[in-house]
Write a protein that binds this ligand. Structure first.
Ligand SMILES: [Zn+2]
Length: 267
């Protein structure tokens, strides 16, 4: 029997029956059962590596990764308006993530892309995964297929490629990085073979991860172009947004912390 979930739609805001929204779209490598684990479970367990998931409670999502977040109108609407373009974009990104090109020198060209449709799908996913009022402008942007342009002083979208078969997302996190005076506010969705970061109120002084794709929002709904993109491939081993350390680097940090604890616990 189909599960019935009621609540507020993450896009139009209407209360009612919610439908399961695949994040990323089902056709974009998200059609097999998934077992998501909330990041705060790792916090509760303390000193475990992020990939040590044995014994942690998880959801059992037979349909793939996603959540009951959109109403019966918004779900098929965004799927038909943007889902297919996103799927094609992700399929081409697979070739980038697994090609032998030198990432330091090369760029990739995505031919015949509808940039506005791609970024609206990404924005829709963030509306589902992060339910905060500050995204109301993005909700309007997603629901009106013709609407172009977003306030770049409020939102910055960035993208990277990944070879890790990971789907994860985080709420908005406030991070203080490298002694910079103002914290960075960001949320992340990793959806193999792509990852996206949404920065809120982005500052010029902050170093930001990923390739800036915010200008995708300036195109029209039917505009098609070739997108030239640097090849930026990140490894994803942690649930912390913006953390692209290798397993070896994470292990080394853990060892260092344990050593510090040992030294300071000896009285
Ligand atoms: Zn809705």
């Amino acid at each position: 029997m189909a599960k019935k979930v009621y609540g507020k739609c993450a896009l139009c805001g209407k209360e009612g029956k919610l439908t399961f929204e695949h994040i990323p779209p089902e056709a974009a490598f998200n059609n097999t059962p998934a077992k998501p684990i909330p990041g705060d479970e790792f916090l509760l367990r303390g000193n475990v590596y992020p990939w040590e998931t044995h014994g942690i409670p998880y959801q059992n999502l037979q349909q793939g990764m996603g959540m009951y977040s959109l109403c019966e109108t918004c779900n098929p609407l965004t799927g038909s308006l943007y889902g297919n373009e996103y799927k094609e974009f992700a399929q081409r990104a697979i070739q980038v993530a697994f090609s032998d090109v030198d990432p330091s020198k090369s760029e990739v060209v995505f031919q015949n892309v509808h940039p506005l449709r791609v970024i609206k799908q990404i924005a829709s996913m963030f509306c589902s995964t992060t339910r905060i009022e500050q995204l109301d402008e993005l909700r309007t942007f997603v629901l009106d297929k013709e609407k172009r342009g977003i306030d770049k002083s409020k939102f910055e979208f960035r993208m990277y490629f990944t070879r890790d078969n990971v789907i994860k997302w985080t709420g908005f996190n406030v991070l203080c990085i490298g002694g910079e005076p103002n914290p960075v506010i960001l949320s992340e969705i990793t959806a193999f073979p792509l990852g996206f970061i949404l920065y809120l109120n982005p500052s010029e002084v902050h170093h930001k991860a990923g390739i800036d794709i915010t200008s995708f929002s300036d195109f029209g709904y039917d505009d098609i172009c070739d997108v030239h993109s640097p090849i930026l491939i990140h490894t994803v081993n942690s649930w912390v947004p913006g953390d692209y350390r290798s397993r070896e680097e994470i292990i080394a940090t853990f060892e260092k912390n344990r050593e510090w604890e040992r030294e300071h616990s000896e009285v």
